[in-house]
Design a protein around this ligand. Structure first.
Ligand code: FAD
Length: 503
């Protein structure tokens, strides 16, 4: 496939997956990454003896038949070592009642649910049926939303009679299903569901599509499950990168893409880049896969360089996702009142909720006997963007102090005992990941924007493709890998080729 030169913009999990799959098919692929390392939101950084996962801390899709496992199997490469998280998370609603444990074994989780949310089994049973129906569909690699005949054929091929149930609830929200199952008035259940679905959809249960919520709420249980990578999150990127390089792919770090120009007549693209030496470079490509949030295209292209007017308007109208605020801390384990490790969700006055990841002893993130503690929350990007330098520094300190206060209280930590403390705001994420204004997590998953109603990976501009967390099926390393597989299959089909991954 040496005639086709593919440029992948962005070396996060989406870009690495797309690059690795296409290089494996024999394409000439160059991956352009603005940062000094690959990984993006699923990367890591080091501070002295500590390794911090930048954003993602739990991985879905490593089980047999899961998307990461299928991709590594296809690439004939061992997947990174990981342990199943059991429980995947402990959710403390701050109401004085026993925290909710999301157990891995379905029977144990059912028992927990029955104790915690009596009378809600009809809701869970409906969610379970929907989830099974979704999974049947998703595992057949559908293309969503379909834009041409080939896409439509893939969609039909992926559909089974059992998907009828999903179709029935395609416009419903999680809250609609609660109502249908007469659980609407269970405020404790509502609070729990709100906290859990928001992690992935950025929306409350009123605004989260039921089909999406059904899967999110059952990701922690067998036969799926959430995993903790040995060493650090960077292992996922490192392994994808090894496959990419083995198959002849070329990664250029510190190469920031600053412009995409569609050269109509020769059906070629010019990709304009500024490298670490501030030199302007130009690359030629037959196809460009852009893994950045699609809003980035508004800066990278204009109508003069090929951005179609209607598409520009569509991009301008996309809802702006949230930003993230993330605390990275380290502590001696004996300074923790209990032998905490794993994932927790806590109520927080200032940030509504905090999602905690505490490293396991010996998992490579901190020296033995110490732990890293990461606490993240959603935040408004406009607020942080509006601050001048002095106000920004003040607000950052206020946010850091607020998170530390919550952690000291909830984990019974003596405030003097912290060995390391720092905070990332949307400004930090904008700098680290190049995401416009530090937006994270895709476009939200409401009944009118998820799946068939979302933004397509096939753009109306020939040779320009999208994948990443704004594209079906959405955020998370598993989600973006699924979108990368979808876009690679579409791209290959343009050249009369087929990419099929075994289940
Ligand atoms: C705080 C937080 C917690 C999360 N927790 C989890 C979790 O536990 N589990 C999970 O599965 N997911 C989690 N996620 C989501 C997950 O990390 C993302 O959905 C996923 O990693 C996104 O991958 P991506 O490749 O689409 O985008 P990104 O990771 O954003 O990668 C984009 C890449 O493009 C590069 N880039 C940007 N601009 C340019 C440019 N102009 N030129 C060249 N390169 C450029 C960036 O440097 C970056 O490497 C979390 C996210 C956050 C922010």
């Amino acid at each position: 496939m040496s005639d086709q030169k593919i440029i992948v913009v962005g070396g996060g999990i989406a870009g690495l997956t797309a690059g690795a799959l296409l290089a494996h098919e024999g394409f000439d692929v160059t991956l352009l990454e603005a940062h000094a390392q690959a990984g993006g939101c699923a990367g890591t950084f080091r501070r002295g003896p500590y390794v911090f996962d930048v954003g993602a801390t739990q991985v879905a899709g490593l089980e047999k038949g899961g998307i990461h496992e299928r991709i590594f199997r296809h690439l004939d490469w061992p997947q990174p070592k990981a342990k199943i998280l059991d429980p995947a998370c402990i959710v403390d609603l701050g109401d004085g009642k026993k925290p909710i444990h999301l157990w891995y074994q379905p029977e144990k989780w059912e028992k927990e649910r029955k104790e915690q949310f009596p009378g809600s089994e009809m809701f869970w049973s409906l969610m379970n049926q929907l989830h099974k129906s979704n999974w049947l569909f998703a595992n057949n690699d559908p293309v969503l939303p379909a834009q041409n005949l080939w896409d439509f054929q893939q969609l039909i091929k992926a559909t089974r009679p059992g998907n009828f149930l999903s179709a029935l609830f395609s416009r419903s929200s999680v809250a609609d299903l609660l109502w249908l199952c007469s659980c609407s008035k269970d405020l404790r259940l509502r609070k729990f569901l709100d906290l859990q679905v928001k992690l992935y959809s950025q929306e409350t249960i009123e605004n989260t599509a039921a089909l999406y919520g059904a899967t999110v709420l059952q990701m922690a249980q067998a036969p799926l499950g959430l995993w903790h990578l040995n060493s650090s999150m960077q292992e996922l990127s490192n392994n994808l990168l090894s496959c990419f390089c083995r198959d002849g792919g070329r990664l250029l770090t510190r190469h920031k893409v600053v412009g995409l120009v569609a050269r109509d007549k020769k059906k070629l693209w010019n990709v304009n880049v500024i490298n670490h030496k501030s030199a302007s470079l130009q690359f030629e490509a037959t196809d460009v896969i852009c893994t950045l949030p699609p809003q980035s295209l508004l800066d990278l292209m204009s109508e003069k360089t090929g951005l179609l007017k209607n598409y520009r308007i569509r991009l301008e109208k996309l809802s702006e996702p949230s930003g993230a605020i993330v605390f990275y801390g380290a502590i001696n384990r004996n300074a923790l009142a209990s032998d905490y490790s794993g994932h927790f969700q806590l109520i927080d006055e200032k940030f509504d909720s905090l999602f905690l990841s505490i490293s396991q002893d010996g998992d490579g993130r901190a020296p033995l006997g110490q732990a890293t503690i990461i606490a993240s929350a959603f935040t408004d990007v406009d607020f942080w963007a509006s601050l001048n330098e002095i106000n920004y520094a003040q607000q950052k300190k206020i946010a850091l102090d607020a998170i530390v206060t919550t952690l000291n209280l909830q984990l019974s930590i003596d405030s003097q005992k912290w060995l390391h403390k720092e905070l990332a705001t949307p400004k930090s994420f904008a700098k680290w990941t190049g995401r416009p204004r530090g937006i994270v997590g895709g476009l939200g998953q409401t009944p009118t924007t998820f799946g068939p109603f979302g933004l397509s990976s096939r753009t109306p501009i020939k040779g320009l493709w999208l994948c990443g967390d704004s594209i079906y099926p959405g955020e998370g390393t598993a989600g973006v890998s699924q979108s990368s597989l979808m876009v690679c299959r579409q791209l290959l089909s343009e050249y009369g080729l087929r990419l099929h991954l075994m289940n």
